[in-house]
Design a protein around this ligand. Structure first.
Ligand code: GDP
Length: 219
């Protein structure tokens, strides 16, 4: 291999690949230092959020930490580098969740979304077959209230035909517009690694990064 080739290969690699688990937080008062820049991920449980984070970071089990017993109700922080973090917010929409759990989710997530200064934007992950449930609307409302940037991933797009996926994207866009919610959105599939490039562009802009184009994107 020619001299310097390893360095150029490393430069082509996505910076998100170096992401590592930092800490889990249950109490709003225990958040890590509020400096640098963060992007948060939210979604109904089973929407596909962990798969999105793993696909973006090109790791098989990174987000599994958020599914460990006790951590499903926490904010899980991951560091990309000294100044940048990804944050996995607890899932919602469990039909059988007791009232105390719902109240805790509300307190923790609302506090985080509304107070966190280093938070640059929220990626809302929704199963393309079941978009815009009550929890999704609640999050969109908190973000809109704070003027926080939002990006929606309609994931598991591989479950629909291309035509049906496009129709759903338009339908969701219209519903958001009708409630004056200003957000970008895109279809995504962790399984097919579809839509990664577009998501990297959004995250890069929020976190002041520049990722090389993802070579394997299927769009
Ligand atoms: P989370 O609870 O929101 O973190 O969801 P997971 O990432 O654990 O995914 C829930 C289920 O959906 C799992 O069985 C995944 O294998 C599946 N899943 C996630 N992403 C995709 C996708 O892009 N396509 C398909 N077909 N299945 C997916």
């Amino acid at each position: 291999m020619r001299p310097g080739a390893w360095q150029s290969l490393l430069l082509m690699d996505s910076i998100y690949r170096q992401t590592r688990f930092l800490t889990s937080v249950y109490h709003p008062g225990r958040l890590p230092l509020d400096t640098g820049a963060e992007a948060a991920f939210a979604g109904r449980s089973n929407a596909g959020k962990s798969s999105v984070i793993n696909a973006l970071c090109q790791q098989k089990r990174l987000a599994q930490v958020s599914k460990m017993p006790g951590r499903t109700r926490m904010l899980n922080f991951f560091t990309i580098d000294d100044a940048r973090r990804l944050v996995d917010l607890p899932g919602y929409g469990y039909a059988q969740a007791p009232e105390t759990m719902r109240r805790h989710w509300r307190l923790l997530v609302e506090h985080y979304l509304c107070q966190r200064r280093s938070l640059r934007g929220l990626v809302l992950v929704m199963d393309i077959r079941h978009p815009l449930n009550d929890g999704d609307w609640q999050l969109l409302a908190w973000c809109a209230q704070r003027n926080l940037r939002m990006h929606i991933l309609l994931t598991k797009a591989d479950k629909l035909s291309r035509g049906a996926a496009i129709t759903t994207v338009r339908r969701v866009e219209n519903k958001l517009r009708s409630r004056a919610i200003d957000t970008s959105l895109q279809p995504f599939s962790a399984l097919k690694r579809q839509g990664l490039d577009e998501t990297y562009r959004v995250l890069d802009a929020w976190l002041d990064l520049s990722s090389p184009p993802y070579q394997g994107d299927q769009r």
